[in-house]
Design a protein around this ligand. Structure first.
Ligand SMILES: *[C@@H]1O[C@H](CO)[C@@H](O)[C@H](O)[C@H]1NC(C)=O
Ligand SMILES: *[C@@H]1O[C@H](CO)[C@@H](O)[C@H](O)[C@H]1NC(C)=O
Ligand SMILES: *[C@@H]1O[C@H](CO)[C@@H](O)[C@H](O)[C@H]1NC(C)=O
Ligand SMILES: *[C@@H]1O[C@H](CO)[C@@H](O)[C@H](O)[C@H]1NC(C)=O
Ligand SMILES: *[C@@H]1O[C@H](CO)[C@@H](O)[C@H](O)[C@H]1NC(C)=O
Ligand SMILES: *[C@@H]1O[C@H](CO)[C@@H](O)[C@H](O)[C@H]1NC(C)=O
Length: 714
């Protein structure tokens, strides 16, 4: 415990100093603690409603989710393509495609391991008539193959093989992407054994090898839209001239009708329309804090954003590997990307000189990057300019001027993202529900509250779900399919429902969750299925109660007599920070806990706040005394939440706040008051939360930027 507390302190101090120096001359509001999840779903509870697919167990599979086929997933694996059903994740079919013994032998001779010398399927395109184009690493000798569907037997027959170099990576772990548009495969990968020659390729066209095109990129996603195909990646920034290296996140764009330049000198067989620019995912402040390393994108979302029909892309970004783990979810409007591509170019006149914007007068016509009927008829000067100018001067600004969610910790980072787009609420608003995967096997559910509200909102973390229990691994990709969230790991695929509304047992809890999927009706917190559209709810007060915007609703009874299910059918300690209890004494404090934390935060009536403060301190003190006594016993037997990097702990009470706990409450004599049921295993945080939240709503959190806690957020 001593070492835990010491780590805790060290981390707090480090974060305070670092972020303080970086970002906090005057505007410190940003760097607050991480948003506390409203519901923490542990592994046991997760398992009750989820399904899992494990493939071959004995060797690594490097699963990659490649396509959706109705209610089936097509997954690339080791020497296999799986066709897996949803939501049970049962194998419908599989296509086997191992490498030939000769290919494996050559691969082994080149010094690769026997696990590497297998055929990992990385690209799968569903063409017309159900035919498939599939590409695999083929023991470091990439190969593509057509599969024709035999309509009588319903099985796939292998067609001809063609080289997959430039379509598929050599290494199954390489961060590549591919998309299919207008009958062509657009691949972003590497075309050599040593993974040095990165390229974006369509049949005979590729990116020039000059490093102003691509510079050691890690590709994370791509899609086609209108006349263009967009690629998202992070790479070494050539325009960064200070000592050391910098990674920037980028979006690049090529024209679908590009035919390349004229000859070796002028982009012959190379894209003539390639442009790229930087994605600016940063936390605002006097010196904005950058999240420079794009890890994953959501794919293209369409909907109303700030009241305007728009197409947007969500991304998760992190800080560099060797720094404190900071992650952020940022949203970008495709129109802003196009605006940057239509803006000024950037150039470096001579080596070692700074990169400067090019005046528009110097840009030849037709402007490079615009889609022309035949790029081979472009004047030489245009191709010459295109060959030397790929970087735009303007970065793409993030929507809302700040990330949707920020997370800092010593080690844990976000790795993947998926969106349930435009989920309709009971009051006819539309929100994007955001799922984020972490590198320690968790999924976080949040909601983009900015979507219809321009005033700054504090981020809300609805759920944090412990998907993997032991040997935690990163979520490599996430996808929302219907009402299921699919999480892909190296050797496992998981599917879980998008919601766990039913775990909320009172109207207030249900509404305070602010989950667009959940509403209180008929005495239950119920799932509002967005896929069964056209549900018209009665508006006469008997309809479902939901309020995503505020997290409270006056239709919820002031004092609720919640009936919690009996311990026998209620599995485990699902919600760690809220007490689960059959006795009728505690729910009052539970509701005020929820309310203070999530509702009164926005309340501007100082009187109400002061009253609440006084009330909660008084009640908190009384209850806290009992609780602190009780905690001795529960700490003894429960696995402490303090060991979790996510958990919300209070090792250092706020100065000036009456703390009902004894200073070293763990060494207090053990005494369990009879009122508390002895089966209760969860540490009770009612008092602590009340104090903290009251304090926050009173504005104390603002004057003290980094509350001493294990986690600090921005
Ligand atoms: C698992 O992989 C091993 C080695 O590639 C193979 O021999 C075995 O048949 C596979 N098992 C299954 C169930 O696919
Ligand atoms: C996947 O399996 C489903 C169900 O058996 C089937 O309808 C679908 O055609 C299969 N897809 C592919 C690409 O094999
Ligand atoms: C791909 O990206 C992941 C996550 O950022 C990273 O850990 C990994 O090293 C990358 N793979 C390669 C081959 O660079
Ligand atoms: C264009 O691509 C070819 C390969 O297709 C390459 O040999 C050539 O050097 C490239 N041209 C330029 C200007 O980079
Ligand atoms: C990113 O955006 C912020 C806020 O608009 C701005 O202050 C900052 O300079 C931008 N950073 C970059 C690298 O463009
Ligand atoms: C491009 O082609 C379209 C039809 O193919 C034609 O209508 C248009 O005038 C052409 N544009 C140019 C600039 O040649």
């Amino acid at each position: 415990m001593v070492s835990l507390a010491a780590t805790d302190f060290l981390m707090t101090a480090t974060l305070t100093v670092l972020f303080g120096l970086l970002t906090c001359p005057t505007d410190c509001r940003l760097w607050q603690e991480n948003a506390k999840p409203k519901m923490e779903v542990n592994h046991e509870e997760y398992k009750r409603t989820s399904h899992q697919f494990s493939g071959n167990g004995s060797s690594p599979d490097y699963f990659r989710l490649l396509e959706l086929d109705g209610q089936s997933l097509l997954v690339g694996a080791r020497n296999l393509i799986y066709n897996i059903s949803l939501p049970l994740l049962q194998e419908n079919q599989k296509i086997e495609w191992p490498s030939s013994p000769d290919t494996i032998k050559i691969c082994l001779e080149k010094g690769k391991s026997s696990d590497e010398c297998q055929n990992y399927v990385r690209v799968l395109i569903k063409k017309s008539h159900g035919d498939l184009l599939v590409c695999g690493t083929n023991a470091y000798s990439p190969m593509c193959r057509d599969y024709q569907l035999n309509p009588l037997e319903g099985v796939y027959q292998a067609g001809k093989d063609v080289s997959g170099v430039g379509s598929c990576p050599y290494d199954p772990r390489h961060n590549s992407t591919a998309t299919f548009a207008d009958g062509h495969l657009y691949a972003a990968t590497v075309s050599d054994f040593a993974a040095q020659d990165a390229l974006i390729r369509r049949t005979s066209l590729r990116t020039s090898k000059d490093n102003i095109f691509l510079n050691e990129p890690n590709f994370v996603g791509s899609f086609a839209l209108g006349d263009f195909v967009y690629f998202f990646f992070r790479e070494n920034a050539v325009e960064f001239l200070n000592c050391g290296k910098a990674t920037y996140s980028r979006v690049a764009r090529v024209c679908k009708n590009d035919r390349g330049g004229i000859d070796r000198r002028l982009l012959g067989n190379n894209w003539s329309s390639f442009l790229k620019t930087r994605l600016n995912c940063s936390a605002p402040g006097d010196q904005p804090f950058q999240f420079d390393e794009l890890q994953s994108i959501s794919g293209l979302m369409e909907g109303n954003y700030n009241g305007v029909p728009s197409r947007v892309v969500y991304g998760v970004f992190t800080t560099p590997v060797n720094s404190i783990a900071g992650s952020a979810v940022c949203v970008f409007n495709v129109a802003d990307m196009d605006r940057a591509f239509d803006g000024r170019f950037k150039e470096q006149r001579t080596i070692n000189q700074a990169w400067l914007p090019v005046s528009n007068a110097e840009v030849p016509e037709p402007r490079p990057g615009q889609c022309v009927n035949d790029s081979q008829t472009l004047p030489d000067q245009v191709l010459k300019f295109a060959k030397d100018h790929t970087i735009m001067n303007d970065n793409v600004a993030l929507m809302y001027g700040r990330p949707v969610l920020i997370y800092t910790s010593l080690s844990v980072k976000y790795t993947a993202i998926a969106i349930a787009p435009q989920v309709k609420t009971v009051d006819d608003r539309y929100y994007d529900v955001v799922f984020v995967g972490t590198d320690d096997g968790r999924i976080i559910k949040t909601v983009n509250l900015d979507i219809d509200n321009k005033t700054p909102e504090e981020p809300v973390v609805i759920e944090e779900i412990e998907v993997l229990r032991s040997g935690k691994q990163p979520v490599t990709s996430l996808k929302v399919v219907g009402n299921q969230v699919i999480a892909v790991f190296t050797n496992e695929i998981h599917a879980m429902p998008v919601e766990r509304c039913g775990l909320m047992r009172s109207c207030r809890e249900c509404v305070a969750l602010r989950d667009p999927h959940c509403a209180w009706m008929d005495g239950q917190c119920q799932f509002q299925d967005p896929t069964s559209s056209n549900v018209v709810w009665p508006k006469n007060g008997h309809g479902p109660i939901q309020n995503v915007r505020l997290g409270r609703d006056e239709r919820c009874p002031a004092v609720e007599t919640t009936s919690y299910p009996s311990q026998s059918n209620y599995v485990g300690t699902v919600i760690k920070h809220k007490q689960r209890d059959e006795s009728n004494e505690v729910p009052e404090y539970q509701t005020s806990n929820v309310e203070l934390g999530n509702v009164y935060r926005e309340e501007t009536l100082a009187v109400a706040v002061v009253l609440t403060l006084v009330f909660s301190l008084a009640v908190g003190f009384a209850i806290g005394y009992l609780v602190s006594r009780y905690r001795q016993t529960s700490f003894k037997e429960s696995s402490l939440s303090e060991t979790s990097d996510y958990s919300y702990t209070h090792s250092h009470p706020h100065p000036g706040v009456v703390d009902a706990r004894p200073t070293d409450y763990r060494s207090e004599p053990i005494y369990a008051p009879p009122e508390f049921p002895p089966t209760l295993k969860t540490p009770i945080n009612v008092v602590l939360n009340m104090q903290r939240n009251t304090l926050k709503s009173f504005g104390a959190a603002d004057s003290k930027p980094i509350p001493p806690s294990k986690k600090v957020y921005l």
